[in-house]
Design a protein around this ligand. Structure first.
Ligand code: ATP
Length: 231
């Protein structure tokens, strides 16, 4: 599904990613872990067309995306739920969801009922302004908005950050449901260790902008992973 090969990225003279490889498969959760500032968000932004990368390759189902813009990445099936959520505070919940239509053909512009099955709270709050929602509700809205784009690949950047435990559980259930449905490849950037390990089928750890550890389900050793994530 998603394959990132030898990706490098710079901010001016400062190189932040040094030849990063990452693979994500449909029906699996790929966790990307590592300390603050190791380049996790930069990697997500590069994949989502939010920041240009210097060299490397991004493919979805074998198709090379080149250096995609955000719209091109979205049309290729990549949805990005950014750290901090970026919900439109003055738009209603329904309108926030409709912003996901931008990358869809006119005929497919609808919010599927399934979105409200996954996030019942959004049905109740459909007419409320995004800015009136709690942080956890905004996080659910941001994930729902990403799903409206009918993605093949869902990039979640620290979805538990600053969220209360009951909503973290809800978000975990939604990720599990999406995984079981088997259609979407989920990339989960996460510093909440137990949450990430509980969901992950594969783990990639970044240290200083390089992949320092990878493992797949069955081979994910908690102690080794804890050690890798702490570097
Ligand atoms: N727009 C930018 N301009 C310059 N440097 C940046 C920019 N964005 C991030 N950086 C730097 O790039 C490095 C990687 O940042 P990035 O946000 O990708 O890391 P991260 O692993 O996601 O960290 P965190 O967990 O804190 O979000 C950091 O040193 C950061 O200060």
């Amino acid at each position: 599904m998603l394959d990132v090969t030898d990706l490098t990225l710079r901010y001016g003279q400062s190189q932040v990613l040094h030849g990063v490889n990452l693979s994500a498969r449909a029906g699996e959760v790929t966790a990307v872990m590592g300390m603050n500032g190791v380049g996790k968000t930069s990697l997500m932004k590069a994949i989502a067309g939010r920041h240009p990368f210097r060299s490397g390759r991004i493919t979805v189902d074998g198709r090379d995306l080149g250096h995609p813009s955000a719209v091109e990445a979205a049309r290729a099936g990549i949805a990005y739920v950014p750290q901090g959520r970026e919900v439109f505070a003055l738009l209603s919940v329904a309108e926030n969801l409709q912003t996901g239509f931008a990358c869809l053909d006119r005929g497919s512009r609808a919010v599927p009922d399934r979105i409200f099955d996954l996030f019942p709270v959004l049905a109740e709050m459909r007419n409320r302004r995004g800015g009136d929602l709690s942080g956890g509700q905004q996080q659910q809205l941001a994930i729902a908005r990403a799903l409206v784009t009918q993605p093949r690949v869902l990039l979640l950047d620290e979805p538990t950050e600053g969220i209360q435990p009951s909503i973290i559980k809800d978000i975990g259930r939604v990720i599990s449901t999406l995984r079981e449905e088997g259609e979407i490849a989920i990339v989960l950037v996460e510093q909440y260790f137990d949450f990430a390990v509980g969901l992950a089928d594969r783990v990639t750890v970044l240290t200083g902008g390089q992949v320092s550890y990878t493992a797949e389900k069955g081979g994910i050793e908690r102690e080794a992973l804890l050690g890798a994530v702490s570097l």
